[in-house]
Design a binder for this molecule. Structure first.
Ligand code: ATP
Ligand code: MG
Length: 565
């Protein structure tokens, strides 16, 4: 191997992200016995979105790269919003992205252990039952510069707290009437230390534990401890948890009885332009029927992107490109489209589809004749071979590939001009027919028999090439064109308006009566193609009974590349 192919350790380090640097250092130092264990911890309260894909790539990626283990843990501590439907979809999406978990865990499996730990804290005088309302407690919180006010229940007898904590769980205490709080420091400069709530009462049955528990642990009390119970070494999450980390460590300090301890590291969230990325907001779009469902191809959900034709490879390559840092920002959605386009360019079969058809009649082509033209399936990949496409006297072409009176630089069809019909002949436009309103109904041209591939003049150059579909050999299709779901870059950050008022009215345009080549009759839902000269399209899952529906995955034009070159 040459030196160039074998980067030195130093060069290698440079290309590591900061999390990999931490992991490699921990391995060098033999921390946790050289074990690497991560987890992906979704709350099953919605479908995964592209932001989660970023977390998935690092959680599973680190385990993969360093011979460790990554588990899937459902953070199901709040029965109000959680559902089995979400559990199933989360598993499907992770697998589709190409990752495999070692075990599936549920935070609810630890309810007994968490309860025992809470009881231990009460017994040690480190937790107490507070009977104040949530509003009252919030009022006493203080501000980062003003210390909080101690609850009148802060020093109640341990026995009393233990008894009330039991009642919080038995159903005797109504929701909102009591909480368990850790007794830490009401004057701490870290607001999370000001006697955080660790248990609350919820009377709704839990999707897994039913009515066994009515006192439920809060996020901060469940997450770190679950990491600890499982043996997680690197607990990776997003930057908003930086301020929670001291509390995470505090609970582990109370719990740990060996050298092993999980550590939390935070990276920047993925934010994308022209969309929203919180499950709560995405759920609102679904509930308000502003989109057709979680898998609407305009949604930033994994299921929506899959339906639209985004590939898992394209998504992963995008996430790789944007990387992991400690600074929040917003990524341009066109960079994601660019990555998907790059991947599809390498893999998608090229076909002909005409979105806005007008008929082209080759007046000198024999009436009954049908030829089969050879078409290369993918110039980027020879192994995909070629196919034969039927050609005849009547063809569908794009309406905007003809202009009766064209400007100078128009290199498509206009009376007197020549263009090549892709994979077929050079034709010369002779005129058109119009209806009473002046709309073109038919275009006329004459073909030159010497210009087909293999004929003497096959290499003759003309300025324009257009695509076509033979009329008797075409299939009707509906094509759905997507644009950005919102009209502003950061709809959630808009002060004046609710994000739902900022939906792009042209985010979905449905085109009926499109014409595609016969070959596509056999296409299966989710198959991807390049419609030559137009873009990448896939077969929508609505396709049924021979009625083809296509989604435009991305247009061919790369607006991101253009801006940045
Ligand atoms: P949302 O805010 O969309 O409801 P969440 O943070 O509540 O998301 P969880 O199910 O708790 O969703 O997230 C699981 C994991 O995914 C967490 O580790 C979280 O940090 C990570 N995650 C969530 N959103 C993003 C994002 N936009 N970018 C990167 N990671 C994310
Ligand atoms: Mg969360």
């Amino acid at each position: 191997m040459s030196e160039q192919e074998n980067p030195t350790i130093e060069e290698n380090k440079k290309s590591l992200n900061f999390i990999e640097v931490i992991v490699e250092k921990d391995l060098e130092e033999g921390k946790n016995g050289g074990r690497i264990q991560t987890r992906f911890p979704p709350e099953p309260n919605g479908y995964l979105h592209i932001g989660h894909a970023k977390a998935i790539c690092i959680d599973f990626g680190i385990a993969q790269k360093y011979g460790g283990v990554c588990n899937l843990r459902f953070d199901d501590t709040n029965p109000v919003k959680e559902d089995v439907e979400y559990v199933d979809s989360i598993m499907e999406d992770i697998q589709w992205l190409g990752f495999h978990w070692e075990n599936v865990y549920y935070a609810s499996d630890y309810f007994q252990q968490l309860w025992d730990f809470a009881v231990k804290l009460v017994k040690e005088g480190k937790a107490y039952v507070d009977e104040q309302s949530a509003e009252e407690i919030a009022r006493q919180k203080g501000t980062p510069t003003v210390p909080g006010t101690e609850s009148p229940f802060r020093y109640r007898p341990i026995e009393e707290s233990l008894e009330l904590f039991q009642k919080m769980n038995s159903g005797e205490i109504p929701e909102g009437k009591m909480v368990l709080r850790a007794r830490i420091d009401m004057a701490s400069s870290n607001m999370h230390f000001r006697d955080p709530l660790i248990y609350h009462v919820i009377h709704i049955p839990h999707h897994r534990t039913g009515t066994t528990w009515k006192a439920f642990p809060m996020y901060d009390f469940a997450h770190g401890q679950s990491d600890y119970f499982e043996g997680v070494t690197h607990s990776l999450c997003t930057l908003e948890f930086v301020v929670h980390r001291p509390l995470y460590d505090w609970f582990i300090d109370q719990l740990a009885d060996s050298n092993y301890r999980p550590r939390q590291y935070e990276f920047n969230r993925l934010n994308l332009t022209y969309t929203v990325m919180s499950k709560r907001k995405l759920l609102q779009l679904v509930q308000d029927k502003l989109v057709s469902g979680w898998d609407d191809p305009r949604m930033p959900t994994i299921t929506g992107m899959r339906r639209r034709g985004f590939t898992s490879e394209g998504i992963r390559s995008f996430i790789d490109k944007i990387g992991y840092t400690k600074y929040d920002g917003i990524n341009d959605v066109s960079l994601l489209e660019h990555a998907v386009r790059e991947d599809l360019n390498a893999r998608a079969m090229r076909v002909f589809g005409v979105l806005d058809p007008v008929k082209l009649l080759l007046t000198n082509y024999p009436e009954e004749q049908v030829e089969e033209m050879e078409a290369i399936n993918n110039p980027e990949d020879e192994t995909m071979g070629s196919r034969r496409v039927k050609f005849s006297r009547e063809l569908w072409i794009e309406r905007d590939d003809f202009m009766e009176e064209a400007p100078k630089k128009y290199f498509r069809l206009t009376p007197g001009s020549e263009v090549r019909l892709k994979n077929a002949y050079i034709v010369k436009c002779t005129g058109c027919k119009k209806d009473e309103g002046g709309k073109v109904t038919e275009v006329y041209a004459e073909y030159d028999p010497m210009t087909k591939s293999g004929m003497p003049e096959s290499n003759r150059k003309v300025k324009g090439t257009i695509h076509w579909v033979s009329v008797p050999h075409s299939v009707d299709a509906e094509v759905r064109l997507y644009d950005r779901l919102f009209i502003v870059e950061d709809p959630a950050g808009e002060k004046e308006k609710d994000f739902r008022e900022l939906i792009n009215p042209e985010s979905l345009i449905v085109k009926k009566g499109c014409k595609v080549e016969e070959y596509l009759k056999e296409a299966k839902p989710l198959d991807s193609f390049q419609f030559q000269r137009i873009g990448y399209f896939n077969v929508d899952t609505d396709t049924a009974g021979g009625a083809l529906v296509f989604n435009r995955t991305v247009a061919l034009r790369d607006s991101w590349k253009k801006q940045n070159n």
